[in-house]
Design a protein around this ligand. Structure first.
Ligand code: ADP
Ligand code: MG
Length: 315
């Protein structure tokens, strides 16, 4: 098994972590591994998926994860958020009663409401994830950054595995948008509270996941720029599926030039990939974000619980 290169400091002080990046780069894998890493250090974690095709339970070796929060591993709860369900929860929270909610709204109304307010479907999930950062062990909630004396956070860290579709920041922008369009009232107040937390670098951060390849690296640079323009902190870049280099820089160039020797086809392919990888990493380093490298897994099935536990050591 390859050794994992030296890593950046743990992300354990963060109360809210938003894991984003292009589809297929390993967001869910990294979210699961981060949850495992934090949980192993004793933090109570809630892992939130956004209406995803659920593969997380396989990665954690747990029962299936649906729209209700379930306990999946020591110190880890998880949920697969579904907009309609989240909105209903929010409504009940506002009205403080499910019967009242049912009496006032039927599903048809909820659906119409969704279509009418832009960003509402995203906010129903992001807002739910944020709301869980305000929950205390006692069952109460608080606006403060520290739990009151004698109480503690129900979840010390909430990790959101961002949706695969669309640009990774679309969902993150929603509280900002709501602050512009929502009139006063609880919706605006919560969007404001969430937005203030998301902007606070000592309590919240966006983690960018990427692969050490040309296109993903370019897209990650764009993504980082967009996140920074929103004023949101990026405490970590995770470069996933790194090939452990077999060649030095000079050897790569030499091997790549041995075009005529057929016995060297695999070596040339490898050298070419290593060249691309090192160029991508160089480009990514211009972002100046603390970076964690996770190895490309060959001997472990990457979505098995054992692989997630192994990757967690790097986080
Ligand atoms: N470090 C790795 N080494 C090998 N395969 C990986 C690694 N990380 C992720 N994968 C695999 O890549 C695929 C995409 O990962 P996933 O976490 O589902 O990405 P995303 O959530 O960004 O779409 C999955 O099949 C996963 O098992
Ligand atoms: Mg995913």
């Amino acid at each position: 098994m390859p050794t994992i290169p030296p890593q950046a400091a743990p992300l354990d002080n963060l109360r809210f972590v938003y894991v984003t990046g292009k589809g297929g780069v390993g967001k869910t894998t990294v979210s699961a591994a981060l949850a495992r890493a934090m949980a192993a250090r004793g933090r109570r974690v809630l892992l939130c998926m956004c209406n995803a095709k659920e593969r997380l339970s396989g990665m954690l070796g747990s029962q299936p994860i649906g729209p209700e929060i379930v306990h999946v591993a020591p110190n880890i709860d998880a949920v697969n958020m579904v907009p309609e369900k989240c909105l209903e929860e929010y409504g009940v929270l506002m009205l403080k009663s499910k019967t009242l909610y049912d009496a006032l709204f039927d599903n048809r109304y909820v659906r119409t409401f969704f279509n009418a307010v832009p960003g509402m479907s995203e906010w129903s999930m992001l807002g739910k994830a944020w709301w869980h950062t305000t929950e205390l062990l006692s069952g109460r909630t608080t606006d403060e950054r520290e739990p009151p004396y004698g109480d503690g956070w129900k979840y010390e860290t909430v990790i959101v595995d961002a949706p695969a579709t669309g640009h990774g920041v679309d969902m993150l922008k929603v509280p900002r948008v709501l602050l512009d369009v929502a009139p006063g009232g609880p919706l605006r107040r919560d969007a404001d509270r969430a937005w203030r937390l998301f902007q606070d670098p000592s309590h919240s951060g966006v983690i960018l996941v990427t692969l050490p390849e040309e296109m993903p690296a370019n897209e990650t640079i764009e993504l980082a720029t967009a996140v920074r323009e929103l004023g949101l902190p990026i405490p970590r870049l995770v470069v996933n599926a790194l090939l452990p280099p077999l060649f030095t820089r000079d050897q790569r160039a030499q091997v790549a030039e041995q075009a005529k020797d057929d016995r060297l086809v695999p070596a040339r392919a490898r050298a070419a990939r290593e060249i691309i990888q090192s160029q991508a990493m160089e480009k990514l380093s211009t972002l100046g974000i603390q970076t964690t490298y996770l190895p490309f897994l060959v001997t472990l099935e990457p979505s098995d619980p054992a692989a997630i536990l192994y990757l967690a050591k790097g986080l």
